[in-house]
Design a protein around this ligand. Structure first.
Ligand code: 5GP
Length: 114
């Protein structure tokens, strides 16, 4: 199966600005930022999309949230950021390797529900 761009970044076949990495995930800067800070949190496990996660992925998904909490603190954006997961082509997903967008420095109120 052909590797996604994110798998190539994880495998160091494609360069990327890596902000954080551990055994379970990688955090990189988005190549086409939609906000002053636009990061992608990518699990190393090649899950295609959120709707394909299994109960066994519970710890991994929790871990991603902890990493988001820690990295946003490090960047001093802990009081103002949005996270988004695009699930499926119709919802705007373009890379079919699960990832969480972290967006900060832009006010998206009125765009996201709430
Ligand atoms: P999606 O639309 O699937 O939710 O998000 C994919 C994201 O990956 C987009 O925001 C896009 O800009 C980003 N992206 C695509 N190719 C690359 C790449 O080669 N490097 C990095 N750092 N980001 C990428």
């Amino acid at each position: 199966m052909t590797k996604t761009i994110f798998q190539k970044i994880i495998d160091r076949e494609v360069p990327s600005k890596i902000l954080f990495e551990d055994d379970k995930c990688i955090v990189i800067e988005d190549i086409a930022p939609k906000a002053p800070i636009h990061l992608l949190v990518i699990p190393k496990k090649p899950i295609k999309k959120l709707s394909e996660v299994k109960p066994g992925d519970k710890n991994l998904l929790g871990h991603l949230m902890i990493v988001i909490s820690e990295i946003t603190k490090e960047l001093n954006i802990e009081d103002a950021f949005n996270i988004i997961i695009n699930n499926g082509k119709e919802a705007g997903q373009t890379v079919f390797h699960l990832h969480i967008h972290i967006l900060a420095g832009k006010n998206f109120s009125g765009f996201f529900p709430g």
